[in-house]
Design a protein around this ligand. Structure first.
Ligand code: S3P
Length: 174
């Protein structure tokens, strides 16, 4: 069984994923990083030179490969949920955890960063609101939905582990 983190950009998938993997002794996989390493290009360069559809195709190929793995915490890119087949593959051998946060909080978290092609525009907050409302129902397609707005990654990791034990997804730890 894998743990698959889905959610909008800036919801803490990578940070919380690393913490969860460390706590549980699982391997951590960041799908954006795998794609960047395999392509030898940054995500922004892939979007600029090959287009978003090419990137989405690579994401889907990776979803197929990861569906045959075990004991991995997988932090997905924010658009993973756009292809229903990705979610189906992820849930075939994984427990899906969705991280959510208010647009204003996302904006505060990501405003100093510049590696996300979809938010490279004049008014990133408006763009966040727009994309988030288009995808809102997709981020609900999870076994567990966790609001990250008011807790630290460490607190959230502890709450998620507690929920996983309660649901019988992982064994109680001594
Ligand atoms: C995207 C989110 C990004 C990355 C790409 C597209 C999206 O990942 O995959 O820029 O469509 O929401 P993060 O959620 O890790 O920023």
């Amino acid at each position: 069984m894998n743990l698959v983190l889905i959610g909008f950009m800036g919801t803490g998938k990578s940070k919380i994923g690393k913490l969860l993997a460390g706590e549980l002794g699982y391997e951590f996989v960041d799908t954006d990083l795998v794609i960047e390493t395999e392509c030898g290009l940054k995500i922004a360069e892939i979007f600029a030179t090959k287009g978003e559809a090419f990137f989405r195709d690579l994401e889907h190929q990776l979803a197929q490969r990861l569906s045959g793995t075990d004991h991995q915490v997988i932090a997905t890119g924010g658009g993973w949920v756009l292809n229903p087949a990705n979610l189906e593959l992820s849930s075939a051998n994984g427990f899906i955890i969705s991280l959510i946060a208010a647009p204003e909080i996302i904006y505060e978290r990501i405003k100093a960063e510049n590696h996300r092609p979809l938010l490279a525009c004049e008014d990133p907050l408006a763009k966040i609101r727009q994309i988030m409302s288009q995808r809102a129902n997709l981020y609900q397609k999870a076994d567990l939905v966790m609001d990250t707005s008011e807790k630290t990654p460490e607190e959230l990791t502890a709450v998620i582990i507690e929920a996983l034990v309660k649901r019988g997804v992982i064994n109680a730890r001594s």
